[in-house]
Ligand binder design. Structure first.
Ligand SMILES: [Zn+2]
Length: 282
């Protein structure tokens, strides 16, 4: 009895971790757009198996990287045509240039086409049970290496297996756009995930794909701040209450079955990640 009294007293002199706060944090942890960038050197990462119902652990993004005169940074957006058969100004322009019969135009058309980027949920410090699930976006060269590891029964195997999988060592050399290479090496140690909750804590990466409507494409191409174009950090708060983000400022989002608890808005996005990093493109 005396002990219980002591405990009550102790509780009263400390702050609380309320259920609401806990919920808020849990949500932030599970849905936060936390993008990982492979640093120079060797880093061990663990790829997570897809949640039940997901077709793959990977999501392919078709992204435009466009340079416009007078706009300092690259303009980046997912291709509405490739993802949803919707009008895409960049592809449309490329269609025209491609058929002009002029080599210079054809080269420009190529630059206007979308590039493939692949996203995956990974754990960057796989031994740390408190590590957060992060998103790694990479090019097709990295993807090909993952495929080769998966298909190699002797030197590789099913690295995604939560019990019998293994880490992948990402070896990055170089930091520039033209001299950066990634080499993926399967770890020899096979073992279970340090934290099985990671599987559930993964983000549905299909939700990361935001498609600009024609008005938004125009604004992006004119060099308007993408946060204004997408309405990030300003209009999401109110809109999220509707429980649907199918129509965020008129932009359509790829349809997925689950309704997310948080729209992909006011967090960092894959596009943000690319703005301040060099991009590995093929
Ligand atoms: Zn396009």
């Amino acid at each position: 009895m005396a002990k219980q009294k002591e405990e009550t007293k102790a509780l009263a002199t400390y702050g609380e971790w309320t259920p609401e706060q806990m919920e808020k944090e849990a949500k932030e942890i599970s849905t936060g757009g936390d993008f990982w960038k492979a640093p120079v050197g060797n880093t061990s990462v663990r790829f997570l198996p897809p949640k039940v119902g997901w077709p793959s652990p990977f999501v392919i993004q078709y992204q435009h990287f466009i340079r416009m005169p007078g706009v300092e940074r690259q303009i980046i957006f997912c291709c509405p045509r490739q993802h949803a058969q919707k009008p895409c100004m960049s592809c449309k322009r490329a269609d025209v240039l491609e058929t002009s019969g002029n080599a210079r135009d054809e080269k420009m058309a190529k630059q206007l086409r979308p590039q493939k980027r692949i996203m995956a949920n990974v754990i960057v410090s796989p031994k740390d049970v408190t590590a957060k699930v992060q998103i790694w976006t990479f090019g097709s060269k990295v993807f090909q290496q993952l495929k080769a590891i998966r298909e190699d029964d002797d030197g590789g195997g099913n690295f995604l297996d939560p019990i019998k999988g293994f880490n992948i060592v990402v070896k990055r050399v170089g930091t520039g756009k033209d001299d950066t290479t990634y080499t993926l090496i399967p770890s020899r140690t096979v073992g279970p995930l340090a934290n099985m909750d990671w599987i559930e804590n993964q983000q549905d990466l299909r939700r990361q794909i935001r498609l600009p409507n024609e008005d938004q494409q125009e604004r992006l191409l004119e060099g308007e701040d993408p946060r204004d174009v997408w309405g990030d950090a300003r209009s999401y708060e109110g809109k999220s209450k509707k429980g649907s983000d199918d129509d965020i400022d008129g932009a359509s989002v790829i349809d997925v079955e689950e309704t997310p608890s948080t729209p992909p808005g006011n967090k960092r996005t894959a596009e943000d990640d690319l703005f301040d990093d060099e991009v590995e493109l093929e």
